[in-house]
Design a protein around this ligand. Structure first.
Ligand code: S3P
Length: 731
């Protein structure tokens, strides 16, 4: 990226930038600059190869440099800018690493009259208590956040280059204004440092020599680690960001006063509520870090090829969720085989462990559940974190509404944006008490209403198996009958599995009926392969000439086979071999060979029966001759992503004429080109665009694919084994 990178201040941060830039080949030459007092550190930096050369004269240091990074403490920024000013070059890009940004901009303004266009202020949120080049490492910024705080006149080109530079060093880059940055950092970094210094100052003066430090263990050490940081640096940071820190110190004092009062008044209920809130908030924070910083994956697909062979895709997601839920509520031990070992189903499994259920496995798809009976769940100690899984959250909300304990359900960014009113509204008609955000989204705060729920007769406004299942599970704890009517048939795994567990559930036309009368008896469950995962191969083999694939042991419950019906209407050649029944669910092997497809108007009645398969069906439509039109599928807009918009955007990037409509899409079949598309973290979008590669004319790159792990972790391996040229890289 750069010919000569000049680092001003080769300490922990500057040295780590140099080390990582070298490792990642981001600069040809890396030089350092420092003052006389820093000579020894600079010599060490050169000796250990962190920099190629160093200078004590700024003129030589910056000569011909195309990137200059100011990595000195915040208090020195004005002096460094003054040093740089006489040699300021329009051909170079300047950036800094200061942990406060308002003062950096103020210093630039004072020195230059305006912030130079080619100065891009930045702050890597990374560091440590040690200082000096010997503390530098080459992974300090990997998967750490970095904030860039441009001003109005910052050059877009310079900003993009600095952004790419930091991404190259491993950081996740965000862009915001300096004031916003400073207020956030005051709360998340500066206040905790003030607090750690204050606590050790207070305890140290109180009793330095004896008891307190002698017996101080993990808690004290963890809490005060940051008080080992450089006092000069932190004095300077506090001074630079005083405006934002002072009000926060005031708020912290108020909070301590509040806790002081609770204790003095023996108000332990409030104290518990405060601690519980904090405990949950911290868990949310940790979950968020996990999702935003989790490795992002990119799929690179070479165009062409065909699919050939016999395979068995993993277990059905919907049934895997339900096997854990009902197995946990059963009396006795339930053995599950074919369980889907993917993040969504594992989130459900963990939730039931958190509610005191002993669950062994999964090992090779085998899970053993020691059921606790219908009334045996225990209050979870923390929030139940359900990751990406809408099914877990919606079904659990019904089940937990009637328990004798409270619970909180949280999820990742995608799940936290999905509509939950569709379950909380009818549940509240049953007497449930569930709080959502103002937007009707998670977290869900559920007050358990054991014995107080009443059955309702509810006609769903949308065809949703999740809503139906949620209400049936709540109905198992409600007085009287709960009746749920669906406007169109939706998957009926809950009803089938309840019957399998000997729990009475009736079907009257399009209405499912349940009551609290009954108990669940443990049973063994063989989960068939997921037709939603098989769908990628059904489409892949249908669009790629020469393909011939057999998919073993696929669940072909008639409420799930819309994808086969739609593909057959388009001219696909799919045979259903050896249909059989396994544990109350129909199963078969599916044989698919290439056949030219034609565009159709997809019958609306098939939409709920193929609801999860549309991303890949859109790819089939893009390869078909003529026009395919989907309508009546507005539900697709509230799945893991807005699947109508995201697929239309991606297909257009690949050169396909795909026009989104409010409730579907119109696609003119034709050629698929190459390009870079994003899955928006939606597993089925990532897999659908990968399959498009079979008919693409140029390579396709699909960004943000880690979420494939929520439903089909083996996808990459299986699809490669059958013939798709897919390579996955991790950033
Ligand atoms: C599911 C039902 C469907 C489906 C989801 C799984 C289930 O959602 O899209 O992937 O297991 O009940 P809706 O019921 O919201 O349509």
């Amino acid at each position: 990226m750069f010919n000569k990178l000049c680092i001003i201040g080769v300490g922990l941060i500057g040295g780590s930038i140099a080390r990582t830039a070298r490792l990642q080949h981001l600069a040809t030459t890396i030089v350092g600059f420092g003052l006389e007092a820093d000579l020894q550190n600079l010599q060490t930096a050169r000796q250990i190869g962190v920099i190629d050369a160093f200078y004590l004269d700024i003129a030589f240091a910056v000569q011909d440099a195309d990137c200059i990074v100011i990595a000195t403490p915040v208090a020195s920024i004005a002096a460094v800018l003054a040093l740089l000013k006489p040699f300021w070059s329009e051909c170079a890009i300047y950036t800094d690493v200061g942990s406060t940004k308002g003062n950096v901009l103020a210093a630039a303004l004072a020195e230059f009259g305006r912030v130079p266009d080619n100065f891009v202020p930045a702050h890597p949120i990374a560091g440590g208590e040690q200082s000096g080049v010997l503390a530098a490492v080459d992974d300090l910024f990997v998967r750490k956040r970095l904030i860039i705080t441009p001003v109005d006149n910052t050059s877009t080109e310079a900003l993009r280059k600095i952004q790419r530079f930091w991404q190259g060093l491993g950081s996740a880059v965000s862009i915001m204004d300096a004031e916003h940055h400073d207020s956030i950092l005051a709360a998340t970094s500066h206040l905790p440092h003030v607090l750690a210094f204050a606590l050790v100052d207070m305890l140290g003066h109180k009793d330095e020599q004896s008891e307190i430090f002698k017996y101080a263990a993990g808690g004290f050490k963890d809490f005060t680690r940051i008080a080992s940081s450089n006092p000069t640096m932190w004095k300077d940071i506090c001074a630079a960001n005083k405006q934002a820190i002072l009000p926060l110190i005031g708020q912290l004092k108020d909070e301590l006063d509040k806790i002081h009062r609770m204790l003095a008044d023996d108000d332990y209920q409030q104290l518990f509520a405060t601690f519980t809130y904090a405990n949950h908030a911290r868990q949310r924070f940790l979950n968020q870090i996990e999702t935003t910083m989790s490795n992002s994956q990119t799929f690179h697909i070479q165009p062409g090829g065909k699919l050939h062979g016999v395979t068995r895709v993993p277990g059905d997601k919907s049934m895997s969720h339900r096997s854990i839920m009902l197995g946990s509520l059963a009396e006795g031990v339930t053995h599950v085989t074919g369980f889907l070992e993917a993040e969504d189903a594992l989130a459900t499994l963990q939730a039931f462990r958190d509610m005191g259920v002993e669950i062994e496995g999964p090992v090779d798809g085998r899970v053993t559940i020691h059921g606790v009976g219908k009334h045996g769940l225990k209050a979870p100690k923390n929030e139940l974190y359900l990751g990406n899984s809408g099914t877990s959250m919606r079904l659990l909300s019904g089940l937990l509404a009637g328990q004798p304990f409270n619970s909180v359900l949280t999820g990742d960014k995608s799940l936290s944006g999905r509509p939950m009113k569709r379950v909380t509204d009818p549940l509240s008609l049953m007497g449930a008490e569930i709080k959502t955000t103002e937007q009707g989204t998670a977290p869900l705060y559920i007050t358990g209403k054991a014995g107080l729920l009443k059955g309702i007769d509810y006609t769903m406004p949308m065809a949703s198996a999740q809503v139906k299942s949620c209400l049936l599970l709540a109905g198992m704890y409600a007085q009287g009958e709960t009746r749920v009517t669906e406007p169109a048939p939706t998957r009926d795994h809950t009803e089938r599995m309840l019957s399998g567990f000997s729990y009475p559930v009736k079907r009257v036309g399009s209405t499912a009926v349940i009551s609290a009368e009954g108990s669940l008896k443990a049973m063994d469950i063989d989960v068939p392969s997921d037709i939603s995962s098989a769908a990628f191969f059904l489409v892949g083999a249908s669009i790629a000439p020469g393909s011939d694939v057999i998919l073993k042991h696929v669940g072909i419950n008639p409420t799930r086979t819309g994808v086969i019906d739609i593909l057959r209407l388009m001219g696909a050649n799919i045979e259903v071999l050896e249909p059989r029944e396994v544990g109350g669910e129909p199963v078969a092997d599916l044989h698919v060979v290439y056949s030219p497809l034609k565009g159709i108007d997809i019958p609306e009645a098939l939409v709920p029966l193929a609801i999860d398969e549309f991303p890949v069906l859109f790819v089939a439509a893009a390869c078909a001759e003529g026009q395919t039109r989907l309508s009546g599928a507005e539900e697709l807009r509230v799945k893991e992503s807005d699947r109508i918009q995201v697929m239309a955007d991606g297909l257009q990037i690949l050169g396909v004429d795909a026009q989104p409509t409010p409730d579907g899409m119109v696609i003119q079949g034709g050629k698929i080109g190459g390009g870079v598309v994003t899955s928006h973290g939606d597993h089925r979008i990532a897999m659908a665009f990968s399959i498009a590669g079979l008919r693409a004319e140029a390579p396709i790159r699909v960004l943000d694919c880690a979420n494939v792990n929520t439903s089909f972790p083996e996808f990459k391996d299986l699809v490669k084994a059958l013939g798709l040229a897919l390579v996955c890289t991790e950033e």
